[in-house]
Design a protein around this ligand. Structure first.
Ligand SMILES: Cc1ncc(C[n+]2csc(CCOP(=O)(O)OP(=O)(O)O)c2C)c(N)n1
Length: 370
């Protein structure tokens, strides 16, 4: 008869319920395994989408790429905590052009992102007119993203002022990069958000990748942290490791709770990576010198027994399939035609005495478009 097996080293199989009650840890902060896996899945989906998007720009399926590989850990956590909806009771979003993780976590179908990149007539954000990542979603209070950096910071106090007057716990979120914070628009937001007795519910976010295109921040910024710009205003601020999804989740939760309940502004700086340079204009090559939040979180989840290598492979394959299918779909769709050039350029308004009809912006071409 053979010896009975010594199974003392074998981990007992955990039920789904037991797994859901486990936690993944970063320092003193934790997330439930369930939440951590949801975050990770959206991070993996975002990375798959961005990598496919870069490929499109190199293959000629698209002309210009810009996006957020390296910002997934922070942006997904931000998107998952937005109160999504239309009107002042919900959060308003004035976004930077690297927010794919945020929008995917909020429920944007991948194909819509690809439609804008492929400049199809079906692009729901700009009808094939704008660069990728330049979202505009009235149903979710996503104010049109512009390529002109930082203008979103002077628009944000407008929606926040309206939310202050409306009441409730809706807040305004404005995001941008570190270089853009040198613009006057950033300071205008600080001033307007902090008027004594008229403080505004604005969550000012800076995703700091330490570059403005090719200019390193260290030769430009005398302040130790961008978050320190809040201190003359006696405004709450925090700097978080944006490559750590657990730390980021909690920093975002703390900041949002403060803004929602106190109706006062908060400046949150996230230190992030820029894994493919500025855009396709600088080549979009992979930078292996910077921390990769997807790889780091994958290892943490494996170490915590929250997922195994086979499940990670399956999740990545599924995300890649989703991105590939989105590209097949979008690239089969119609492009805008010459007749579309002047459409959607001006919103008809009964209050506009000068151009009461649909105005194209071109002198002498007031059109009677029905
Ligand atoms: C008002 C304005 N000035 C300059 C530019 C050119 N420009 C485009 S992106 C960019 C760098 C922005 O860097 P940062 O704010 O750190 O954001 P990042 O791209 O690094 O996320 C600049 C200078 C612009 N688009 N708008």
């Amino acid at each position: 008869m053979s010896e009975p097996l010594d199974e003392s080293h074998v981990q007992p199989r955990r039920s789904a319920k037991a797994v859901a009650s486990l936690a993944v840890r970063s320092g003193r902060e934790t997330l439930s395994v369930e939440l951590a896996l949801t975050l990770f899945r959206h991070m993996v989906r975002t990375r798959a989408l961005e990598e496919r998007a870069i490929k499109m720009s190199k293959s000629g399926e698209a002309y210009f790429w810009i996006g957020g590989p390296g910002e997934e850990a922070f942006n997904v956590g931000l998107g998952m905590q937005v109160h999504k909806g239309a009107g002042p009771a919900f959060d308003y979003l004035h976004l930077h052009y690297r927010g794919s993780g945020m929008l995917l976590a909020m429920g944007m179908p991948m194909v819509d992102h690809v439609r804008q990149l492929a400049m199809t007539a079906t692009d729901p954000f700009s009808r094939g007119r704008n660069f990728v990542g330049h979202y505009a979603i009235p149903a979710w209070n996503v104010v049109p993203v512009t390529s002109v950096i930082e203008v979103q910071y002077v628009m944000a106090p407008g929606t926040a002022l309206m939310q202050r007057r409306h009441g409730g716990d809706g807040l305004t979120i404005v995001t941008g990069g570190d270089a853009g914070s040198a613009e006057g628009d950033f300071e205008s937001c600080l001033v307007w958000a902090n008027r004594p007795g008229n403080e505004l519910p604005v969550l000012m976010v800076v995703t700091n990748n330490q570059y403005g295109i090719s200019t390193p921040a260290k030769g430009q910024h005398g302040e130790r942290r961008i978050a320190d710009r809040a201190s003359p205003y006696d405004m709450r601020a925090e700097t978080v490791d944006g490559n750590d999804p657990i730390a980021s989740w909690h920093a975002i939760a703390r900041a949002m709770k403060y803004v929602r309940t106190e109706r006062k502004p908060f400046l949150l700086e996230a230190m992030v990576s820029r894994l493919h340079g500025h855009s396709s204009s600088s080549g979009a090559q992979r930078s292996w010198a910077e921390a990769d939040c997807v790889a780091l979180f994958e290892q943490k989840l494996i170490d915590a027994d929250a997922i195994d290598a086979e499940q990670v492979r399956a999740m990545k394959a599924e995300a890649k399939e989703e991105a590939d299918a989105a590209v097949v779909q979008a690239t089969s769709e119609a492009k805008p035609t010459r007749d579309d050039v002047e459409r959607f350029t001006y919103s008809r308004s009964k209050f506009d005495a000068v151009y009461p009809l649909d105005y194209t912006g071109l002198p002498g071409t007031v059109q009677n478009v029905k």
